[in-house]
Design a protein around this ligand. Structure first.
Ligand SMILES: *Cc1c(COP(=O)(O)O)cnc(C)c1O
Length: 489
């Protein structure tokens, strides 16, 4: 792309007096805004013709990488394909033009979708009820922890202000606990990447009476199914705590086993991961929270109830709602469409295929990439960089080089258990050809690391922007654009 011609910023393309709009005829007669409400200067808006605007944004959008461009094996994020039928249903005028304050009798269909998705999630997880209110996984964690807190407070158990979180957990777990005003107790992982039950036992002996809950991710962030859940669940419940299930990794378990049956009391689900709704760039997401029977009373409003074939909405005066109205409704429609289009039978195929793809890649590459935890994984796994450490080529370099070959990089430097972590999650959607292509490229990069390490270390070479200074970008981000007009003055 020629940046001179198209400009990085729309402001750079501005010419005084150019415009790409015409206002409709004034139908209301002339009306002057009161002086005190008028601007003293014109707003600094770019002045461009329509075609310039279209080219500018079209060319920018072509620089974007998404699941519709290519393979996106971003571990922990479940970047699965977002079927077009999801968009079609979400864009149906009856849904797209709805308003949250519309009378319930005028939006029975939308309420039915909301109600049915809640029920589907209950069936898939074995929990009693769900709220679809939160807007993200982390949002759901906060909601779940507030529910747990409210439960202990109602029981007069106000000492319980600590949450046990494994050292392999996603960063949002301790962050959500902190936002909820709870302290984090970290429990170690074993060498094989599972929760260390002996460490947990010791922790509970010291802190048991202060424990509000334990948060667990399963399969954990290393892609391994936690083997000792029954033992852990008993330890936590015996000391009076509750079990929280981080359901971001639910994908490999769909239709196979259910957190509710494992004794979990609260969980969140990421509709934008497991249920194929688009994500990235910070949204839009949805993080429904499910609870067991004894916590139902603490679920936030609104609650959609069914009476015969009529749907209505119940709202409490005050509760733990973190989002307005019915949550991210357009995402809810997409997720429900996904569940219906797969059906009870096919949804059971998601997990095995995702698991097969992950294991296939792992086995095909473990002779050149370091596999710290061997054995059967679920939907994802973690390499600890290249096996040959003598080349000086890091995980960062490999990730950047992958971009040159047209692949999105895996998640890197997470989980924190390994210095050169590279977390690969292919999802169930990818064809054998795509997966083999990815394997070939990772093997090629391993060869390059040996024979021409500088090529890998200075990658990417074929992207519009080369290697950026991550530290500078994080520490001194440039978040505003000084308009050229102002600079010239
Ligand atoms: C993605 C993820 C989260 C957070 O979900 P968001 O929707 O990004 O807020 C929490 N835990 C795990 C394990 C995750 O992968």
């Amino acid at each position: 792309m020629n940046n001179k011609l198209y400009g990085n910023l729309i402001f750079e393309l501005s010419h005084p007096g150019r415009k790409g709009y015409t206002l409709p005829k004034n139908m209301f007669g002339s009306y002057e805004l009161p002086k005190k409400m008028q601007r003293s200067n014109d707003a600094n808006l770019p002045e461009c013709d329509e075609m310039t605007v279209i080219r500018h944004y079209t060319n920018h959008s072509a620089n974007n990488f998404g699941v519709n461009n290519g393979f996106y094996p971003l571990g922990s994020c479940t970047m699965k394909y977002n079927p077009v039928i999801n968009e079609e249903t979400a864009n149906m005028p009856a849904f797209a033009n709805i308003h949250p304050m519309q009378p319930v009798e005028k939006c029975q269909g939308a309420l039915e979708v909301y109600y049915n998705l809640q029920k589907s999630l209950c069936a898939l997880t074995g929990l009693s009820e769900f709220t679809l209110n939160p807007f993200a996984g982390a949002h759901g964690e906060l909601t779940g922890l507030m529910i747990i807190r409210a439960y202990h407070e109602k029981n007069g158990d106000t000492k319980r202000t600590k949450v046990i979180v494994p050292d392999s957990a996603h960063g949002t777990n301790p962050a959500s606990a902190a936002v909820c005003g709870l302290d984090v107790l970290e429990v170690k992982s074993t060498e094989n990447g599972f929760v260390d039950v002996e460490d947990l036992r010791a922790l509970i002996e010291r802190e048991g009476e202060n424990v509000a809950a334990m948060m667990m991710t399963n399969p954990n962030t290393l892609g391994m199914f936690e083997q000792k859940i029954p033992e852990i669940e008993k330890l936590i419940h015996d000391c009076g705590g509750l079990m929280y299930y981080d359901g971001a990794n639910l994908n490999p378990m769909l239709g196979a086993c259910r957190p509710g049956d494992m004794g979990f009391d609260v969980m969140h689900i990421n509709l934008h991961k497991t249920f194929s709704t688009p994500h990235g760039g910070g949204g839009p997401g949805s993080g429904p929270v499910g609870v067991c029977e004894k916590l139902v009373e603490f679920l936030p409003s609104p609650k959609v109830v069914k009476d015969g074939d009529k749907f209505s909405v119940e709202c409490k005066d005050s509760d733990y709602a973190v989002g307005a109205f019915f949550g991210n409704f357009a995402v809810i429609i997409r997720a429900y469409t996904y569940i219906l289009s797969l059906g009870k039978e096919n949804i059971k195929m998601v997990g095995p295929l995702a698991t097969l793809n992950a294991n296939y890649i792992k086995e095909a590459l473990k002779d050149v990439y370091e596999l710290p935890i061997d054995g059967l994984c679920k939907h994802e796994f973690v390499f600890d960089g290249l096996k040959d450490k003598s080349t000086g080529v890091t995980t960062m370099d490999v990730a950047k080089r992958l971009l040159d070959y047209g692949y999105h990089a895996p998640t890197i430097y997470f989980p924190l258990l390994f210095h050169e972590a590279m977390m690969i999650e292919p999802t169930e959607n990818e064809s054998l050809e795509t997966i083999n292509g990815f394997i070939d490229v990772l093997r090629t990069i391993a060869e390059e690391a040996k024979n021409e390490p500088e090529t890998v270390k200075s990658a990417p070479h074929h992207t519009p922007i080369g290697r950026v200074d991550d530290v500078l970008a994080a520490k001194q981000p440039i978040l505003t654009y000084k308009q050229m007009k102002n600079e010239q003055q």
